[in-house]
Design a protein around this ligand. Structure first.
Ligand code: SF4
Ligand code: FES
Length: 301
């Protein structure tokens, strides 16, 4: 299935009983600047000496989280560590947890969050290099650099060559890591978010403590015995990339499925769907994982 056939999970669902649901009315746009507290997790590499620092400043209606971080770094604290590049949701480098949810800082407007205190934390599941910056290498370790892709921007700039009816969109992934952070298997919480947390409007979710990636099972910790080493889950983004490669190269099906069903592959997925909810780019990696599972006769745990 191409990405074009997929449904972005936040789209209101149609049911046989109700028919298509109308989109919720947008919240009124904030029009005036407000004083806010920005609470930033600070730490060294590996999350050493983690603490929260508060910065109080006036925030305008157009200010993004990234705009505000830039102001704090220039005007108040040049030691603040975070990553950014494009400032328009293309590069994926500014992903972080904002009020407990994975988002892109460059397109998240501070006042639209609706809270007086905005809490910023690094992504989970990936090692912290410092403050809000994480090491993306564990995610890329499972994505072969030779796997291909076609991005919509390339489609727009090159056009469709003579004799080609249309492009099939294979990926929109901006490699931000939001899905890796949100996945309860990858981030070690191994639990569904509570119903209250799922129902909370964006910006009001309470921040949960940073869990150790791939935490050891609790029962084994209680007995004092060392659990057998669990193979690590490669995570949603690499499996989404793998499924795109399967679509491009059906002749390599066996070789690629061998990776997808290997010790780091889809067998770890517990269908939380948190990856698809967190993705800012409409990739829907949970669907890719289920495609891979079904391709080798799976579908059952
Ligand atoms: S699948 Fe979505 S959330 Fe995951 S890395 Fe790609 S763009 Fe980010
Ligand atoms: S700075 Fe590039 S996605 Fe946010």
């Amino acid at each position: 299935m191409s990405d074009a056939d997929k449904t972005v999970p936040d789209t209101p669902a149609a049911t046989p009983e109700s028919g298509p649901q109308p989109a919720p009315a947008p919240a009124p746009e904030p029009r005036q600047a407000r004083m806010l507290t920005v609470r930033v997790q600070r730490s060294g590499p590996g999350g050493a000496n983690a603490r929260f620092d508060d910065y109080r400043l006036s925030v305008g209606p157009e200010d993004s989280v990234l705009d505000v971080l830039d102001r704090i770094r220039v005007e108040t604290d040049p030691t603040l560590v975070y990553r950014h590049s494009c400032h328009h949701s293309s590069c994926g480098t500014c992903a972080m947890r904002i009020n407990g949810r994975e988002r892109l800082a460059c397109i998240t407007r501070m006042l639209a969050l609706g809270t007086d205190v905005v809490t910023l934390e690094p992504l989970r599941s990936l090692p912290v290099l410092g403050d809000l910056m994480v090491d993306m290498r564990p995610m890329f370790a499972h994505i072969d650099p030779d796997w291909g892709y076609v991005r919509p921007v390339e489609k727009a700039s090159t056009g469709v060559p003579h004799g080609v009816a249309r492009y099939t969109r294979l990926e929109n992934c901006i490699e931000c890591g939001a899905c890796m952070s949100a996945c309860p298997v990858s981030n070690g919480t191994n639990d569904m978010p509570s119903a209250a947390a799922q129902a909370a409007p964006q910006g009001t979710a309470q921040s949960a403590p940073q869990a150790a990636p791939q935490a050891a099972p609790q029962a084994a910790q209680d007995t004092g015995e060392s659990p057998p080493a669990e193979p690590m889950f490669m995570g949603p983004a690499p499996l989404a990339a793998l499924n795109r490669e399967l679509a491009r190269h059906p002749e390599r099906r066996e070789e690629l499925l061998h990776i997808g069903k290997g010790p780091h592959g889809e067998r770890h997925c517990r269908r939380h769907l948190a990856c698809s909810r967190a993705c800012p780019s409409g990739v829907y990696p949970a669907k890719d994982i289920m495609d891979i599972r079904m391709m080798h006769g799976g579908g059952k745990d």
